[in-house]
Design a protein around this ligand. Sequence first.
Ligand code: FPP
Length: 246
Amino acid sequence: MFRRKVKDIMTDERLDTVAIITDGNGRWATKRGLLRSDGHIAGAKRIQPVLETFRRIGVHNVIMYAFSTENWKRPKEEINVIMKLIHKYLIEVVEEKLKTDDSFCIKFIGDLTPIPEPLRSKCIELENKAKDRPFCCSVALNYGGRDEIVHAANAAFADGHTRLTEEIMSRYMYTGTTPDPELVIRTGGNLRISNFLLWQCAYSEYAVIKTLWPDFGDREIMACVRDFYKRSRRFGGLDKDEAKKK
Ligand code: FPP
């Protein structure tokens, strides 16, 4: 039903890769008189259903912002809760899924060096278990867009490149072969980029919605997707119709 609805609004625009800034867990909890950690629990529970919906409507890659290079500034207890939730609602779920689903894989983008064990090893293990499958979830963990650009340039130099090009830089990004997102969704209503995919989002379409991440569901996905298909993506050029007139 949902899939048919999406088919009805599709244009020849491609929606292959979606990136999500999952913001608003704290506000969701505060509004209900709960602890911020309750908001993160509710947020973590949304990951699986949201991934399923995007997969059903034909998206092949979903990139999710789980923890940024700046999130270490939060209280230690909150960081511990987030790491535990990533283990319980992502790692454990993905581990089970990989046993039965051969069209799914997971990637981690970011510098995993400071991620506490055993989470760090588990991330690497699951990423290596399955690669290049039709549907992939990339999780941004200790991720920062500026850090990624510096890391990519240094890695390219270390490999002997002496002159960087856009193509070389793209290859060295943490996202590797994952295509640049056509659409970036930010929940929680804030109009900022938060150091997310600075290189890859040069021409991405943005959808900022007020809904807080724990409340983000099929209705909100549909609204973002509908809005995406209404846009005219020009990449600095002209509309297809206008270009024909020239
Ligand atoms: C922002 O909400 C959300 C985070 C810092 C991510 C929390 C991480 C999880 C729930 C674990 C797994 C997540 C994914 C996506 C794989 P906030 O605390 O900044 O909310 P606020 O803006 O309302 O304070």
